[in-house]
Design a binder for this molecule. Structure first.
Ligand SMILES: [Fe+2]
Length: 515
């Protein structure tokens, strides 16, 4: 077995340098401030790391084996732990001592010994289900881990009840129905049109299941729901297996399809689905959706071109900088007979990884917390931004480089348009933030915002706790994590009492207008 050696590429340098370390840190050191009373529970996060050097050198930053992270909060003390997700891919590679999977999600680019092994990386999100935490990546079923230790329990197929081969990494909790909604895209395998929507109870029992055909096999990374509907947007980043075989890339931009939106009726059937057409825009993440009379409002972080053009290109193969990704609202008139939707003007700065007060998922809401990009603090910082994706100046132009780019923690008040933000200074960025309500029935936005701060030059990370509605006042408490936390994608907060009840107490006490 050869010693691992990573190629000399920006993808594996700076904050992208692989960690390959599982950490256990008891009692994080408090650097500044006073930890708030009442913040008790666990915050789970997941991101990619590199178990071994890639098979072919180049790859994309969203690839990499899953590393789960957890912060356990207990009356002012915080412990931190990170563990690999020991799924089928990880274990096979550990045995072989090298990477067995090549270009991102390419089923034709596997080592022959891994032909029948899923390439799922379990690197994208974490959510509670019963008494375990599920770690998700959209190309496989979830992997269950122990909520305290993060020890991998195994692949979770909901007792054999879920027939989709994969579930998305963006499950949504409906706080009013006390349900968890999720779906499988390309649900019967790579390149298939099958979409499978599921509504589960908090224990993972199926309450609703609707299968339907997508207009084309493609990239459906996130979705939204309202009280009565589920919204899927099919932007034209397409999976065509012949093209995958020929080019190596799992997605290709085909703007001729435009973006098609499917509106499903909850507890309905595939026959009830309505389709709406629009221009070829793109997005990675949604924010929220709700009903306003007969209008369905769908908020998302949207680019007017291909936001993935730094890696997944059009047919010509040319990588380019996309139109900036900003908050926009799509309005769909459900009362009329129209088959189009309206895109309203952008709001706020370039942003990525947005969250809301989760108690308002599916219903009218006010506050959004997100990463804000902006001009780099220096020419050197500008040069570093976008390096992971093989482009330069990413922070100023098309997207936020969550590894080597600079980013502030920010919020947008949708009622007033007010922007609030806090910068940790030059050469810093933050992970996706997490809102935690002060009490289960506190008003919207009344609570704390948790984030991880990356100090890019110092190669270390901190944990920050803000008053969620006073970001510019700076953190209430700042902890030294003691180690670098390689950038993560998503995660969720589990209140202390929820480990006993398997329920989010907030889901039953919140009062939502219109319900
Ligand atoms: Fe995501």
């Amino acid at each position: 077995m050869k010693a691992p050696h990573f190629p000399n590429l920006p993808l594996y340098q700076g904050w992208g340098r692989p960690m390959r370390v599982e950490s256990s840190v008891d009692s994080l050191v408090l650097l500044d401030g006073t930890p708030p009373e009442g913040l008790n529970g666990s915050w789970y996060k997941v991101g990619p790391d590199r178990q071994y050097p890639p098979r072919h050198g180049d790859d994309v930053f969203i690839d990499g084996e899953g590393m789960a992270h957890v912060f356990h909060f207990d009356r002012g003390t915080v412990s931190y732990r990170s563990r690999w997700i020991r799924n089928a891919r990880f274990l096979a590679q550990e045995k072989a001592g090298r990477s067995l999977f090549g270009e991102y999600r390419n089923p034709f680019d596997k080592d022959p010994s891994a032909r029948d092994i899923s390439g799922g990386t379990a690197n994208t999100n974490a959510v509670l289900c019963g008494d375990q935490i599920l770690i998700l990546k959209e190309d496989d079923l979830p992997y269950a881990v122990h909520p305290k230790t993060l020890e991998t329990i195994g692949r979770f197929d909901y007792g054999g009840k879920v027939k989709a081969q994969r579930l998305s990494a963006h499950p949504k909790i409906d706080p009013v129905a006390d349900s968890v909604l999720n779906y499988g895209n390309q649900a019967k395998g790579d390149g298939t049109l099958d979409m499978a929507f599921y509504e589960f109870d908090q224990e993972g029992n199926i309450r609703d299941e609707i299968w339907f055909d997508a207009p084309f096999a493609g990239h459906v990374h996130d979705f939204c729901f309202t009280k009565n509907y589920v919204v899927f947007a099919f932007h034209p980043l397409v999976t065509d297996l012949e093209t995958v075989k020929r080019t190596g890339f799992f997605f290709q931009w085909r703007p001729q399809h435009g973006m098609k939106i499917a509106v499903l009726k909850r507890r309905g059937t595939a026959a009830d689905i309505r389709w709406f057409d629009g221009p070829p825009v793109s997005f990675g993440h949604t924010v929220n959706a709700f009903e306003e009379g007969s209008t369905l409002c769908f908020d998302l972080l949207m680019s007017q071109s291909n936001v993935f053009s730094f890696h997944f290109t059009a047919e010509d193969g040319k990588r380019s900088m996309p139109d900036p990704q900003k908050l926009r609202r799509i309005k769909i008139d459900l009362a009329g007979n129209g088959a189009t939707y309206q895109i309203t003007p952008e709001i706020g700065p370039i942003c990525e990884l947005a969250r809301i007060d989760d108690r308002y998922l599916g219903y009218p809401y006010r506050y959004i917390w997100t990463l804000f990009g902006g001009p780099p603090s220096s020419p050197e910082a500008g040069a570093a931004q976008g390096a992971m994706a093989g482009v330069t100046g990413g922070g100023t132009d098309g997207f936020i480089d969550i590894f080597n780019g600079e980013a502030d923690v920010g919020s947008i008040d949708r009622h007033t348009g007010a922007i609030d933000k806090y910068s940790f200074g030059p050469r810093t960025n933050v992970h996706e933030s997490q809102f935690v309500p002060r009490t289960p029935d506190s008003p919207e936005g009344d609570g704390w915002l948790l984030t991880i701060v990356n100090r890019l030059e110092e190669h270390r990370s901190e944990l920050a706790i803000f008053d969620a509605l006073k970001l510019s006042a700076g953190p209430l408490a700042l902890y030294d994590i003691g180690v670098r936390v390689r950038s993560t994608f998503h995660g969720n907060w589990v209140p202390e009492e929820t480990f006993r009840t398997h329920r989010y107490a907030m889901s039953r006490k919140v009062s939502v207008s219109g319900v």
